[in-house]
Write a new protein. Structure first.
Length: 529
C-alpha cells in the first residue's frame, strides 16, 4: 500500500513539474527563435521590430480587441480618456490648408492673451504652418507641450494684412466628453455623451443639476455614436439611475472570477422618465449602461442594435512606454446577457465587416430582419419583458436608418470636408454681422436661413474637387445639407450644444424619444407596466 501511495506521489510531482516547465519551455523557444534570427539571418534585422511583430502576431490570433500599441499610440489613446492635456486651449478646423480657431476654451491660456474665434494661425514658433500642407497631428504637436512652457504664434485676424503675435504659456486643458445639455421642452432634458472619460461622471452630474434647476422632470440620454471608455465611469453613470443594491454589470473570464458591480443609494435621477438613445456605433461602456437600464426596466432604449463590444481589456504597460491591451474577461448585463457579438479566431477584418453585413441584411432598416434564436431570449428583472442576448443591446423601440436623403453626392461633399468648409467660410465673412443680428441662439434658430448663394458656393467647390453635380441627388439631400450648414454655423457662433439643438430636428430617434417620454401611457407600455 505504501509503495502504491509513493508511486502516486512521484507521478503527481512529475506532472506538476511538467506543467510548470511548459511555460518555461515556450519562453525559451521564443528566445531561441529571436536569438537565431538576430545572429544567423542573412540580412540585418531590427530586433525591436521583430519582438513587436511577434507580439502583434500572437494577439491577432486571440480576439479582435487584444492589441499592441507603441509608445506614441499609447499616449494618443489615453489622452482623450484622461480628461485633460497640456496645450493652449483652442478648438480648431483646417480650412484650405489654414488653421481656423473655432472656439477659445473659456479660462484657458489662449483666452487670457486675447485669441478669438475666427483667428487664423499662420506660424508657430517661427515655423510656417499655413499653406504648406502640414499634417494636423504635426500642428497639434507644435501647439501642445508641457504645462508652463511658452509657445509663440502669429495669427491673421479679419482682413488685417498684418500678422498679430501672441506669446502663450501652455496650461492644463480640460477635454470634455459631454457634447450637449439642454432642455428639449419644458420638462424634458437632453444630455449627449461622446465617450466615457475620467471626467464624464462629474460632467454628467453637473449638467443634470443645471437641467433640474430649469425644471427637468424627464431625461433623454444620447449615447448614439458613443464608442465607450472606462468601465468604472459606465458603472457610476448607471448608478445615477438605479436605486440601491441593483446589479449593474458583472465580468467573468477563464482566469478571472466573477466580479460584480452594484448600485449605491446616491443616484441623482432614480425617478422620472428616462429614454436612452443608441445606434450601431454605441459600444462597450454605452452597452453596459443601456443594458443595465433595460434589464431593470428603468427606462426605454430607443434606436438600433448596438455594436456588440463586450470584452474586457487589461492594459499591460511595457518598459518602453508601449502597451498590450489583453482581453481577460467578458461583460454580462444584470440578466446574464453577454454583450459581445460573435467572432472567430480574432479575424479583425470579418469582425469589422459586421456592420456592413448588418446593412446588407437590412438590419438597419427593419427590425424584422434581425433574428434571435430562442436560446438568446431573456426576461427583464422587474416586468419580465423579453430582451435578447447574443451581441449588442437590442432597443425596445427600433428606429430605422433614414436613407432617403443620404445620397452619394451628399456623402462626397461631406467626406471632402466641403460642407464644413463652406459653413466656416460664411461665418468668417459675416461673423461681426451675425453676432450683432443674432446675440441669442433662440433668435438664430428661429430666423436664420442658409442663403442660396452659400449652397451654390458649395456646388462650385464640389466641382473644383471633381465631384460631379447631380441635380436629382442634390435636391433629395438639400434639406439635410441646409440643416447641417445651419448647425455647423451655430456650433462656431455659439457652442456644440447649439449644434445639436438644430441637428436633432432631423434625428428620428430623438423625435421618437420625445414622443414616448411625453406620453405616460406609451412610456409605461414600452416598459411592460
Amino acid at each position: 500500500m505504501k509503495r502504491i501511495l509513493f508511486s502516486l506521489l512521484v507521478a503527481m510531482i512529475a506532472i506538476t513539474s511538467a506543467v510548470a516547465q511548459k511555460p518555461n519551455q515556450d519562453a525559451r523557444k521564443l528566445s531561441m527563435a529571436l536569438y537565431a534570427i538576430s545572429n544567423l539571418y542573412v540580412d540585418p534585422v531590427d530586433d525591436s521590430k521583430l519582438v513587436e511583430d511577434a507580439i502583434i502576431g500572437m494577439l491577432e490570433k486571440l480576439d479582435p480587441h487584444s492589441n499592441y500599441m507603441d509608445p506614441e499610440e499609447t499616449k494618443e489613446m489615453t489622452e482623450p480618456l484622461q480628461g485633460n492635456f497640456d496645450g493652449i486651449g483652442i478648438q480648431f478646423n483646417m480650412l484650405t490648408d489654414t488653421l481656423y480657431v473655432i472656439q477659445v476654451i473659456p479660462g484657458g491660456p489662449s483666452e487670457k492673451v486675447g485669441l478669438v474665434a475666427g483667428d487664423r494661425i499662420i506660424m508657430v514658433d517661427d515655423t510656417l504652418i499655413a499653406g504648406v500642407k502640414m499634417k494636423t497631428t504635426d500642428i497639434m504637436k507644435r501647439l501642445r507641450g508641457p504645462k508652463g512652457t511658452e509657445v509663440s504664434i502669429k495669427v491673421l485676424r479679419n482682413k488685417n494684412p498684418e500678422l498679430i503675435e501672441f506669446k502663450i504659456i501652455r496650461g492644463k486643458i480640460p477635454v470634455t466628453s459631454l457634447d450637449a445639455a439642454y432642455m428639449a421642452d419644458k420638462q424634458t432634458g437632453y444630455i449627449k455623451l461622446n465617450r466615457f472619460a475620467a471626467s464624464s461622471a462629474d460632467e454628467f452630474r453637473e449638467a443634470l443639476a443645471k437641467l433640474q434647476k430649469q425644471g427637468m422632470k424627464n431625461l433623454i440620454l444620447d449615447l448614439q455614436g458613443n464608442g465607450g471608455g472606462y468601465l468604472n465611469i459606465a458603472i457610476e453613470l448607471a448608478d445615477e439611475f438605479l436605486d440601491k443594491d441593483k446589479l449593474i454589470v458583472y465580468t467573468e473570464g477563464n482566469k478571472q472570477p466573477r466580479d460584480e458591480a452594484k448600485s449605491t443609494a446616491k443616484g441623482n435621477f432614480e425617478e422620472g422618465r428616462l429614454v436612452v438613445l443608441v445606434d450601431e456605433s454605441s459600444a462597450s461602456a454605452s452597452e453596459i449602461l443601456s443594458g443595465a437600464v433595460q434589464d431593470w426596466d428603468r427606462g426605454v432604449v430607443v434606436g438600433r442594435r448596438t455594436f456588440g463590444k463586450g470584452l474586457v481589456q487589461k492594459p499591460i504597460p511595457m518598459p518602453d512606454g508601449s502597451m498590450i491591451r489583453l482581453t481577460v474577461a467578458r461583460y454580462y448585463t444584470p440578466t446574464g446577457r453577454s454583450i459581445q457579438k460573435h467572432y472567430e479566431n480574432g479575424k479583425l477584418e470579418d469582425y469589422q465587416h459586421d456592420l456592413i453585413d448588418r446593412y446588407n441584411r437590412g438590419e438597419l432598416m427593419s427590425a424584422d430582419s434581425i433574428h434571435f434564436p430562442d436560446s438568446m431570449k431573456y426576461n427583464t428583472l422587474e416586468t419580465k419583458r423579453i430582451v435578447y442576448g447574443g451581441g449588442g443591446i437590442m432597443p425596445d423601440v427600433f428606429i430605422p436608418v433614414d436613407t432617403t436623403r443620404y445620397t452619394d453626392y451628399h456623402r462626397s461633399l461631406v467626406a471632402t470636408g466641403l460642407v464644413n468648409r463652406v459653413s466656416m467660410s460664411y461665418l468668417d465673412r459675416n461673423r461681426a454681422a451675425m453676432n450683432k443680428k443674432y446675440p441669442k441662439f433662440s433668435q438664430y434658430k428661429k430666423d436664420f436661413t442658409v442663403p442660396e448663394e452659400t449652397l451654390q458656393e458649395l456646388i462650385e467647390l464640389g466641382k473644383d474637387e471633381k465631384i460631379e453635380f447631380n441635380e436629382e441627388q442634390y435636391n433629395r439631400s438639400k434639406p439635410l445639407i441646409t440643416l447641417q450648414i445651419k448647425a455647423l454655423i451655430a456650433r462656431d457662433l455659439y457652442d456644440m450644444a447649439e449644434y445639436f439643438q438644430i441637428i436633432n430636428d432631423d434625428n428620428e430617434s430623438f423625435k421618437e424619444a420625445l414622443r414616448i417620454i411625453n406620453d405616460e401611457a406609451v412610456y409605461n407600455k414600452e416598459l411592460g407596466k
